[in-house]
Design a protein around this ligand. Structure first.
Ligand code: COA
Length: 260
């Protein structure tokens, strides 16, 4: 059986993680989730990775969310376990130490959109459609959707999208601020790789510390948030790359960061 997750290492310290179950709309089966967790561990422990792109195989679907066929066969205890696994997987995506870009190559529904919401930045193909469809299926978003969507697009639009279970197109998602940008389908990966390269030429420790500072501070009030920022700033003061940044500025050249 082919791997349900592919990892490919690109130039510029970028790793691409691809959901590879196209015959079943890249739906999140237990097996795929287990492989995805393994892939996340692989990129986390690889010090040469500075940015991750998550995408889906094929040109129609990014991810159709929970595997509804598998779900039908489960008893309540199995459902609870699986929902917990999906949840912890999304948390693991959010907590990856490096910036993560979702390259949404097609439909992203339910858990598929929740996966993209757990990423730091979202780029979608102009043909992509997305939505949190759960209330139309007798459930609610259970992998962070009720929490991450309002933090990204604001409470009112998140409520509208979740209460209606509406599927919106990329253009509309861009207007709502759900997407950072859109690209023609055949340009999506190029655009994602360009953005990843732009990110990964910066200092690796700075990228990690900036991500931590934003994620840890965003849900606190500003005074605590500024303390969080200070704590993360302190961690990079002693880095070699900070001195390299200053040196390169003086010498009018590009810095050569080593992640130390
Ligand atoms: N779980 C399991 N299998 C799924 C699935 C899901 N969430 N979504 C799609 N599939 C399967 C289909 O049953 C079909 O399998 P089959 O060929 O064995 O019948 C295959 O994937 C392709 O899907 P299909 O609907 O034929 O392709 P499409 O390109 O016309 O549409 C989607 C793709 C994703 C738009 C559509 O399948 C869809 O809307 N899926 C449900 C998405 C959803 O609401 N997810 C929320 C889960 S909480």
């Amino acid at each position: 059986m082919p791997n349900l997750i592919k990892i490919s290492k690109q130039e510029n310290f970028v790793s691409v993680v691809t959901l590879n179950r196209p015959a079943q709309a890249n739906a999140l089966s237990v097996k795929l989730l287990e492989e995805l967790n393994h892939a996340l561990e692989t990129v986390t422990t690889d010090p040469t990775v500075r940015c991750v792109i998550i995408t889906g195989t094929g040109d129609k679907v990014f991810c159709a969310g929970a595997d509804l066929k598998e779900r039908l066969e489960m008893d309540e205890a199995q459902v609870r376990r699986t929902v917990k696994l999906i949840c912890s997987t999304m948390d693991a995506v959010q907590n990856l130490p490096v910036p993560v870009i979702a390259a949404i190559n097609g439909a992203a529904f339910g858990g598929g959109l929740e996966l993209a919401l757990a990423c730091d930045i979202r780029i979608a193909s102009t043909i992509a459609k997305m939505g949190l469809t759960e209330t139309s299926l007798g459930i609610i978003p259970g992998a962070g959707g009720t929490q991450r969507l309002p933090r990204i697009v604001g409470v009112s639009f998140a409520k509208e999208l979740i209460f209606t279970a509406r599927r919106i197109d990329a253009e509309e998602a861009l207007k709502l601020g759900l997407l950072n940008k859109i690209a023609e389908a055949d340009q999506l990966m190029n655009k994602a790789l360009e953005l990843a390269a732009e990110i990964s030429r910066n200092a690796p420790l700075s990228l990690r510390a900036a991500k931590k500072a934003i994620n840890e501070g965003i849900d606190t009030e500003i005074v605590t948030g500024l303390e969080v920022e200070k704590r993360w700033y302190d961690t990079i003061i002693e880095s070699k790359d900070r001195l390299e940044g200053l040196q390169a500025f003086m010498e009018k050249r590009r810095p050569l960061f080593t992640g130390k």
